[in-house]
Design a protein around this ligand. Structure first.
Ligand SMILES: [Zn+2]
Length: 182
């Protein structure tokens, strides 16, 4: 079990690193798929394999670029650690199951939308809607009732979000669909 949880933690940290990149590049309007290598934004140094290892590389480099010494935001390691902890908690609670997959998609959604919101005060429709659709499709594995259950929850959530006086009314109508910003 311990090895299993450690593996989940490592996977979570890698996922956190990936979400960091996806959020940052999306804000910059750059593609996050393909072969584009990660670079230091201060000096353009292309990051090598060891500089991309989640958590460990940040600690070894003490949060600075190996080439120019520019500071690397503490947010990177924080997100990697949070995602590692979330992965361990999710796997511990649900094991390797369809429920684990659905919760993981939800967790990734929360993280990436928080990141774009914190960094740019923006929440991308793609990252808000796609995880919901994926989670609904996965719920089909649990049969019709599980799917309808999920669909009901999604519709209530959506209604609450778009209703002017709902929880997300301010998000949609006051901020014109943009994030709260920090
Ligand atoms: Zn640099």
């Amino acid at each position: 079990m311990t090895e299993f949880l450690i593996t989940a933690g490592i996977f979570g940290a890698c996922m956190g690193s990936f979400l960091n990149v996806v959020a940052h590049r999306s804000i910059q309007n750059k593609p996050w798929w393909g072969n584009e290598r990660s670079i230091c934004e201060a000096c353009g140094h292309v990051l090598g394999f060891f500089e991309l290892i989640p958590v460990i590389s940040w600690l070894i480099l003490r949060g600075r670029c190996k080439n120019c010494g520019a500071k690397i935001s503490v947010r990177y390691i924080l997100v990697e650690l949070i995602c590692a902890a979330m992965a361990v908690m999710i796997v511990r609670r649900w094991g390797l199951s369809w429920a684990c997959l659905v919760v993981s998609v939800g967790a990734c959604s929360i993280i990436i939308n928080s990141l774009t919101d914190i960094e740019a005060g923006d929440v991308f429709d793609m990252f808000a809607i796609t995880p919901g659709v994926i989670a609904l499709i996965i719920r089909l594995a649990g049969g019709k009732s599980a799917f309808l259950d999920g669909l009901t929850g999604a519709l209530i959530g959506w209604g609450n979000l778009t209703r002017r006086n709902g929880l997300g009314g301010r998000y949609v109508h006051v901020r014109n669909g943009r994030g709260i910003g920090l």
